[in-house]
Ligand binder design. Structure first.
Ligand code: AR6
Length: 181
């Protein structure tokens, strides 16, 4: 795991790391899920493979959540305590930017309701779902920064982005640099 950069917002930390999200020791890792919460490939597959079937079983009990929303389960054998399953848009289905914004805000809201202090989020929608990586980075970083600014009483102290590949990382680095201007 590699720390890339951090940015402070009213005493809270926005952090960028590179590596495998299933290794993150945070209150909740965020899963890039689909509406039916069937965790196949990508981050979702990695989370269930490492955390165990209990994550899929709890997801099956929930059954469905619309695009742009998030739900929570336990995290099985992962170092994290919870998994927040955020459903981003599939590219081409329409209104993708707003749906991704809603997925991020829904995730942060749910984490705050559960009184969580730290979460780690992957580049939702930018893999199998095909959302452009530059716009993904912009939306995830800006929505999270705005949330922390507007919700200073939130339990959240650390909002982290855990990015896997170098190409996606370039876009996240650029968005963090813009925050510092
Ligand atoms: N840790 C951190 N990031 C990862 C990891 C990992 N272990 N593995 C992949 N990524 P994706 P989506 C990055 O495809 O586009 C599943 O089948 C990856 O490089 O996981 O929202 C679900 O069940 C990319 O940058 O999510 C859904 O059906 C980012 O995580 C669908 O895929 C997101 O890629 C969701 O597709």
């Amino acid at each position: 795991m590699k720390l890339i950069t951090e940015h402070k917002i009213s005493g809270k930390t926005l952090r960028l790391v590179q590596g495998d999200i299933t290794e993150r020791d945070v209150d909740a890792v965020v899963n890039a899920a689909n509406s039916h919460l069937q965790h196949g490939g990508g981050v979702a597959g990695a989370i269930v493979k490492k955390g165990g079937q209990v994550i899929q079983d709890e997801s099956d009990k929930i059954g469905f959540t619309p695009v742009g929303t998030a739900v929570i389960t336990t995290a099985g054998k992962l170092p994290a305590r919870f998994v927040i399953h955020a459903v981003g848009p599939r590219m081409g289905e329409g209104d993708e930017d707003n749906k991704l914004k809603n997925a991020v805000n829904g995730t942060l809201q749910l984490a705050s309701e559960k009184r969580l202090k730290s979460i780690s989020m992957p580049a939702i929608s930018s893999g199998i779902f095909g959302f452009p990586k530059d716009r993904c980075a912009k939306i995830l970083v800006n929505e999270s920064a705005n949330y922390l600014k507007k919700n200073q009483k939130s339990s959240l102290e650390i909002v982290e982005f855990c990015v896997y590949d170098d190409n996606t990382m370039e876009h996240f680095k650029r968005e963090f640099e813009k925050l510092k201007l």
